[in-house]
Design a protein around this ligand. Structure first.
Ligand code: BT5
Length: 245
């Protein structure tokens, strides 16, 4: 990971540039100091006009079925929270599946996208981490935070990137060899959604349930009355005590 790192002052979106360069070697990293059109999932925006954040995409070529791609988002969340703790000493939790939070505020988001070309899966793993941002646009000021704001420690963006890539390389290799099950318990330790009452929002209904586990393939198990339901990340949104997210 990161043998090849391309750094740009400004891009529309590192995911867009990575997708255009999907045929670069696995582990190539595209970094932008600022993004003009940073994206979240769906139509959502990722605010990245502030140079205090770290915005990057990693090109991956995992030989796994498309069904298991969402697991890569989980691995990345684990490595982001490990990197934050290693560099700043502060504990960051994961709101299943892809938000990394400190003190119930969002410090990082992950957007995994698939490019199928030449009969191969190319995965673009895009990550935004608020490292040094001291203020946010009004629409997210109540829900967003940065590592420096929470830890009071001066942090270098490159230290977070280096620590992420080192951790992710190990986690990803373990995953490719042995599957999600091999990293599941590490993910569970970081996952703050577990053992909470949550509100599940699907395209067709909304209900309260109790988050009781992660399946061997990374779905969230919730208990609704007497029934256990496995939720896959593409379909649902989970709200918990961090209701504003
Ligand atoms: C995400 O989407 O959290 C995925 C974000 C991925 C961003 C990276 S940056 C590098 C790469 N290039 C891109 O263009 N994207 C990736 P989602 O779960 O849909 O969350 C989006 C929501 O997070 C927004 O609707 C806001 O509520 C909130 N948000 C936006 N910008 C934020 C920020 N800087 N910090 C915290 N929360 C933010």
């Amino acid at each position: 990971m990161g043998k090849n790192i391309l750094v740009f002052d400004v891009l529309d979106s590192t995911n867009k540039t990575a997708k255009e360069n999907y045929n670069m070697p696995e582990g190539t990293v595209i970094v932008a100091k600022k993004q003009l059109k940073g994206r979240g999932r769906g139509d959502r925006k990722w605010h990245s006009e502030n140079s205090g954040g770290l915005y990057f995409s990693v090109i991956l070529k995992p030989e796994i079925s498309a069904d298991n791609l969402s697991q890569i988002t989980l691995l990345a969340g684990l490595s982001v929270s490990n990197a934050i703790e290693k560099v700043s000493g502060i504990c960051a939790g994961i709101k299943w599946p892809n938000d990394v939070l400190i003190n119930s505020k969002k410090v990082s988001g992950i957007l995994t996208e698939l490019v199928v070309k030449d009969e191969k899966n190319h995965v673009i793993l895009g990550i935004g981490i608020n490292v040094k941002n001291d203020r946010f646009p009004d629409e997210i000021s109540a829900i967003a935070t940065s590592i420096e704001a929470e830890s009071g420690v001066k942090i270098k963006k490159e230290d977070i990137l280096k620590s992420f890539l080192e951790d992710f390389e190990k986690v990803y290799e373990t995953f490719l060899k042995s599957g999600f099950l091999a990293v599941k318990s590490d993910y569970e330790k970081r996952c703050i959604t577990l053992n909470q009452e949550v509100r599940v929002i699907t395209p067709t209904e909304e209900y309260l349930a109790y988050a009781c586990g992660i399946t061997d393939s990374g779905e969230l198990n919730v208990r609704r009355e007497e029934e256990i339901i496995s939720l896959s990340s593409g379909e649902v949104s989970i709200r918990g005590f961090f209701d504003n997210l």
